[in-house]
Ligand binder design. Structure first.
Ligand SMILES: *Cc1c(COP(=O)(O)O)cnc(C)c1O
Length: 367
């Protein structure tokens, strides 16, 4: 005789929670609907070069950096996964910019937010998080942020967002108006619509993954270059195919360069990596200010230095074409850092030789 198997139901459908969830998702969607696209700026280069440089200005998002996109994606992903619950906090390990943007979305959907960050994070960013209604928990060592965030989530019953794991999968890489689709749409009427290279930097690695996947998916020949600062594990990890690569010290360039190869970094999708000296990154944002009349953060400079190297190589090979980079966040956040002579001196950074090299290159001086 066949055994009698009892049918069991466990029904956790909660109409109150579902109504809350529906409203939370709608609020995030409405916020996206109110938002405009970011500009693709042209950087003036000598016209006889036949090479065009563009920077997508991600500093104009409501929370001032490309992390606005990530925070929106992470909130939608976590909400739709049932990971965020009314009244319970969202907690994040961050070097600052993500926390600013997540604090904004937490306030939008009405949940508390706590950022766990290294105490070296710039004062301006801490103030921006608090301005958005978030709380900051500062730890001594940047390596402690992950564990401290996880622990706090366990203690409070909240949700640890974990951008360094989920950044690459929370964003729709096939399109849906992601950063890559936007760049290629904005390039459509340019002399060289498909750039030879897109140059980005990596914090989570999410931006590079999204752009690279989109390029591969749409069958383009464009290369993806990731520029990495000093003290970052991404560069040696990628070069040596070693996911366990690590560094002793934290990155001086806020937002990018990690001491471990983050799970959200997708090395196989990347064509080229450039290790950029921190002083060269700072020199590059000085030059950018002269060219564009606006200030940007250090990660923008790191990418810009790598973009100029690619342009130099294209010149040497007599190639024409376009290169696209990013303005990741505004320089106003770093007046006491990259724009401060005292800070540069205290860090032992001499930007003069790099600035002279860049200015000479832009004048067309022989090497
Ligand atoms: C996060 C960040 C980046 C890199 O973006 P990822 O998608 O996380 O790799 C670059 N610049 C700034 C200022 C950032 O905050």
């Amino acid at each position: 005789m066949a055994p009698v198997i009892e049918t069991i139901d466990i029904d956790r459908y909660d109409p109150e929670y579902r109504a809350w969830l529906r409203e939370a998702v709608a609020k995030v969607q409405a916020d996206a609907n109110r938002s405009a696209d970011t500009h693709l700026l042209t950087v003036p280069l000598p016209s006889e070069w036949g090479i065009d440089l563009y920077l997508k200005d991600e500093s104009t998002h409501p929370t001032g950096s490309l992390k606005h996109r990530l925070a929106r994606s992470l909130f939608l992903y976590a909400l739709c996964n049932g990971w965020i619950r009314p009244g319970l906090p969202v907690i994040e390990a961050s070097s600052g910019s993500t926390a600013v943007s997540e604090a904004y979305f937490a306030k939008l959907v009405g949940v508390p937010f706590v950022a766990v960050m290294a105490k070296s994070t710039s004062r301006a960013k801490i103030e921006l998080i608090e301005f958005q209604g978030g709380q900051c928990l500062l730890v001594d060592n940047p390596c402690e942020v992950y564990e401290a965030a996880e622990k706090l989530a366990a203690e409070t019953g909240g949700h640890y967002m974990d951008q360094f794991t989920y950044a690459e999968r929370a964003t729709d890489w096939r399109g849906n108006n992601n950063i890559a689709e936007s760049i290629f749409r904005q390039m459509e009427r340019e002399p060289h619509p498909d750039p030879a290279w897109v140059v980005v930097t990596a914090g989570t690695g999410g931006t590079s993954a999204t752009i690279a996947r989109y390029i591969h998916y749409t069958g383009r020949a464009t290369g993806v270059c990731v520029a990495d600062p000093e003290n970052s594990a991404f560069f040696p990890g990628w070069r040596d195919g070693d996911p366990s690569a690590s560094t002793e010290r934290g990155s001086r360039i806020e937002g990018i360069g990690r001491q471990r190869v983050e799970p959200s970094f997708v090395p196989g999708a990347i064509d080229r990596m450039t290790r950029v000296p921190d002083a060269a990154a700072v020199a590059s944002i000085r030059v950018l200010e002269r060219l564009l009349g606006r200030r940007a953060g250090g990660s923008t400079g790191t990418g810009l230095w790598a973009a100029f190297r690619i342009i130099r190589e294209m010149r040497e090979r007599g190639e024409r074409g376009s290169v696209v980079g990013l303005i990741c966040d505004p320089g106003e956040r770093y007046v006491d850092k990259y724009y401060s002579a005292d800070w540069l001196a205290s860090e032992g950074l001499d930007i003069a030789p790099y600035e002279a090299e860049l200015n000479g290159f832009l004048r067309g001086d022989p090497r």
